[in-house]
Design a protein around this ligand. Structure first.
Ligand SMILES: [Zn+2]
Length: 203
């Protein structure tokens, strides 16, 4: 077939609007004819430049990938968000969990008596008059912390004021274990010590 006929057909060949037979003839000719091939290449360059919009065949899978990718991004965002929220909640609860498994309460007492006359002073553990061993994780230990200057004498009363434990001496940096105290009962702890400030921990 003559080159000028082929050249006439090339635009519809490029646009893929010609019939299969024409496509075949043009394709065969292009295979052999360098001149028409150059013409076609020129046309295609023109075509791409003039129509930067992607043809349908190319844009469809592109859109599909985009949609899939978008869903992935949404899922990843949601996951990150939930993990952040859960993380924040766990951190908030750690204190509570800690207090449950490793219960500890502290009492600070300032003893300032005239002539350093020692008398029983009741301890207040974190503002509470009574200490109650709730749960199974209490050691039932009273610690005279190492920073305290002197020994203390400790005694324990029950809710009715009966003495349950009589005068236990605790040196600074040591502790006593009060196994006889029961769970879920209120106890009043009293100390006798020289003037000064004392940090007492109950675990
Ligand atoms: Zn030709």
């Amino acid at each position: 077939m003559k080159c000028n006929i082929i050249k006439d057909l090339i635009p519809s060949y490029v646009d893929e609007i010609c019939c299969e037979d024409t496509k075949e003839v043009v394709g065969e000719h292009l295979h052999k004819c360098e001149e028409c091939k150059t013409y076609l290449n020129g046309m295609q360059t023109d075509y791409v430049e003039k129509t930067p919009v992607y043809d349908k065949k190319a844009s469809l899978p592109f859109k599909k990938i985009n949609k899939k990718r978008r869903i992935q991004v949404i899922i990843a965002t949601l996951l990150t968000f939930s993990l952040t929220v859960i993380g924040a909640m766990v951190i908030q609860e750690v204190g509570v969990v800690n207090q449950f498994f490793f219960p500890m309460k502290s009492a600070i007492i300032e003893i300032d008596t005239v002539d350093n006359k020692q008398e029983w002073k009741s301890l207040s553990f974190e503002g509470e008059k009574h200490l109650r061993y709730k749960g199974v994780f209490w050691n039932k230990e009273i610690i005279n912390t190492a920073n305290n200057e002197s020994e203390i004498l400790l005694r324990v009363k029950d809710e009715e004021g009966n003495i349950v434990i009589e005068e236990l001496k605790i040196l600074p940096g040591t502790s006593v274990k009060l196994k006889e105290l029961k769970r879920n009962e209120n106890y009043l702890f009293e100390i006798k010590a020289e003037n000064g400030r004392y940090f007492i921990n109950a675990t």
